[in-house]
Design a protein around this ligand. Structure first.
Ligand code: ATP
Ligand code: MG
Length: 661
């Protein structure tokens, strides 16, 4: 399979593949290098990506965007209160306590979970890649925000699975960009003392910072921090709200009361924001925004800066947190690499530079740095491809402890993976147990987490524990792992017991004495811990239960088939329409000497009837009906065409003969 990297952005998604000994950005069906991240639902099919964006204004209630923000989130999480104001489709609580979008689709009400929505979108991304590469796409490296909790990572993983992909790694976005930096700039990097780089990504919805130590072939993330609610969309809302107020007094309309009008103001606000990144003043006009009123105004860069002042004031916070974790000060940072669309805002750049008291670097492609890293990481996991060796370790942002029911141990829990540790990472713990037992992984410190995050990550049952004869307990060794994707697992478990084992006594030959090669070796008995047997581990993780995931996969396949049928039907309808016009034209030109008057009038009549049918009863017919109609016309059309072609051939032969004479 072709190594496939996806940077699932809240605004747009970028795709890259490792091929031709490099990394290629994959363009979508309209040749864009980024695809809008949304799923729209219609009466006959879904509109995912570009098509969804094109009709978002007219289909607001049935368009789900901001998918990344609700993926794996609980409906009751305090963050959802903030999040839901960004949605134009209704959101409801589902059976699992998660969030589902309620939309009208195929003429009925449907609910889709956030995981299903992400899977639909990822499937579309896969389809774009399949069409562009014409290769096999199975393995994926998907990036997620550093603040994603275990549950959200699991949801991202499940979404890939539902889309028929094999997630070889879930990676933090900024880490992926840093990996790209380390790999593609290898020749500029120091061999010994690592370079300290701050990577800053401010996108559409969130702001992340990672401090990294990079040298040739190696990368360590020393600290990561974030502001989950800081991105370009906050700027758009600030502008939109300003104009909403202005239009209220100026035109006596309240665009906030009309979702479609507000959405159009918001879209225009985003455009205006971008213009203001390059100009100091920009006009703002929307025709017939509501009640047939055209609105017009303008905004200066200073005004925009004043609206977003509260955001800019807190820009330094994540940087300070990340630096503290890294044990560094701003002056220790050699380079500040900036990515993400929102970092094009001049005042934001200025402020970042002020915080570090250093100029910023823009050596990475702001929009494509993450996905390049993803594609490289996916290639690293490929068994067939050889890539430049590169070692990277990531920063664990949330402390995790493992808990059990205390028996003969001193404690009932242990903080195994503290915040600030590096992963992937393995630790072995020993518990003294009388029989089978349960272990639970929990976040240690709610203060480190987005408020309201569930504490429990996963539960395991460990079975097959039998103490040795005469003993009340047995030592169980558990191999705990914070794996490359950041998941917390128990990789294996086994019991050990003390056994007397024979050991050869190594004798130092005495000085001056020759070693006697024929001497019998001497043994002694020592007590040693040896493995007794493997234990059975069953896990209740934050992933979807397998049967539910499979049923989502089947459902997704059905929806794809429905979309495909709609596309094919449309295609056959277009083909029929084209054929009617083509045949009619030819009947008067090329074919006119090859059909009898009777044939001509019969066919013309059929063409006219077919055309009428297309615009009336046949406007919304089935694929089979379009094909049948086409064939009906072609059965006569082809006879005439045959005669015409035969004559043409005859003429050609005649010319050839003449030339040979
Ligand atoms: P996230 O990282 O939050 O998931 P994303 O990856 O989709 O979202 P990006 O593509 O990095 O986000 O950035 C998109 C944001 O950048 C949008 O809000 C967009 O309006 C903004 N943006 C893009 N170009 C400019 C510009 N020239 N000036 C100001 N803002 C811009
Ligand atoms: Mg992004």
């Amino acid at each position: 399979s072709i190594p496939f990297g996806v940077d699932l952005g809240n605004n747009s998604t970028v795709i890259a593949c490792a091929r031709n000994r490099g990394i290629d950005i994959i363009v979508n069906e309209v040749s864009n290098r980024a695809t809008p991240s949304l799923v729209g639902f219609g009466p006959k099919n879904r509109f995912i990506g570009e098509t969804g964006k094109n009709q978002q204004t007219s289909n607001l209630k049935n368009t789900a965007d901001n998918i990344k923000r609700i993926l794996g989130l609980n409906y009751d999480d305090p963050d959802f209160e903030i999040e839901k104001q960004y949605f134009s489709c209704p959101l409801v609580k589902n059976n699992e306590g998660g969030i589902s979008a309620k939309v009208r689709y195929l003429g009925e009400e449907h609910e889709f979970t956030s995981t299903q929505l992400a899977a639909m979108y990822i499937n579309k991304i896969k389809d774009i890649t399949l069409k562009e590469t014409k290769g096999n796409i199975t393995d994926i490296c998907l990036s997620v925000p550093v603040w994603y909790t275990e549950k959200q990572r699991c949801a991202a993983y499940d979404a890939c699975k539902i889309a028929g992909l094999n997630p070889v790694r879930i990676v933090n976005e900024v880490t992926a960009a840093a990996v790209g930096y380390g790999v593609f700039k290898a020749n500029d990097l120091p061999e010994d003392e690592p370079r300290k780089v701050a990577f800053i990504d401010i996108g559409h919805s969130s702001y992340q910072v990672s401090i990294a130590a990079v040298k040739k072939g190696e990368l360590k993330i020393l600290g990561s921090a974030y502001d989950k609610h800081f991105g370009g969309r906050n700027f758009d809302y600030a502008i939109a709200n300003h104009f909403a107020d202005e239009f209220k007094s100026k035109y006596k309309i309240d665009v906030r009361e009309n979702p479609k009008a507000f959405y159009r103001v918001l879209a225009a606000a985003e455009k205006l924001k971008k213009v203001l990144s390059a100009n100091s003043q920009a006009p703002f006009n929307i025709e017939s925004v509501m009640n047939d009123i055209d609105v017009s105004s303008s905004l200066s860069r200073e005004e925009l800066e004043s609206f977003v002042q509260p955001l800019l004031e807190k820009l330094h916070v994540p940087i300070e947190v990340a630096l503290k974790d890294a044990g560094l000060k701003t002056e220790d940072i050699d380079y500040i690499e900036v990515i993400g669309g929102c970092t094009r805002v001049p005042s934001l750049k200025q402020k970042l530079s002020d915080i570090f008291q250093k100029p910023l670097s823009f050596t990475l492609n702001q929009d494509e740095a993450i996905v390049r890293g993803n594609a490289f990481i996916c290639a690293m996991h490929s068994p067939t491809l050889r890539v430049r060796p590169f070692k990277f370790e990531d920063f664990n942002p949330y402390s995790v402890s493992y808990f059990w029911d205390k028996e003969d141990e001193d404690d009932d829990h242990l903080e195994v993976f503290p915040r600030g540790g590096l992963f992937p990472c393995t630790k072995i713990i020993t518990l003294y147990r009388r029989g089978d037992f349960e272990v639970e992984a929990r976040y240690t410190n709610p203060k480190e987490l987005p408020i309201g995050t569930e504490r429990v990550l996963a539960k395991w049952k460990i079975e097959g524990v039998v103490p040795s004869e005469g003993e009340s307990t047995i030592a169980c060794k558990l191999k705990l792992r914070n794996d490359p994707s950041g998941f917390y697992t128990i990789e294996s478990a086994h019991t050990v017991e003390e056994k007397l084992v024979k050991e050869v006594v190594e004798k130092e030959p005495k000085e001056g004495e020759e070693e006697d090669e024929n001497a019998e070796p001497e043994y002694r008995e020592v007590k040693k811990l040896v493995k007794k047997n493997d234990l059975k581990i069953s896990c209740d993780s934050s992933n979807l239960p397998e049967d539910l995931r499979n049923s989502y996969s089947e459902k997704e396949q059905q929806l794809i088939n429905t979309d495909k049928l709609v596309a094919e039907t449309e295609d056959r309808k277009n083909a029929l329409e084209e054929y009617i016009y083509e045949l009619r034209g030819k009947l008067e030109e090329q074919y006119k000497d090859f059909a009898s008057d009777e044939e001509k009038s019969k066919l013309s009549d059929m063409l006219m009837k077919a055309e009428d049918w297309l615009y009336e009863d046949g406007f919304d017919a089935t694929k089979a009906k379009y094909i049948a109609k086409y064939e009906e016309l072609a059965s006569i059309g082809n006879i005439i065409r045959g005669r015409y072609l035969a004559k043409e051939e005859e003429k050609k032969q005649a010319i050839r003969q003449k030339q040979e004479e």
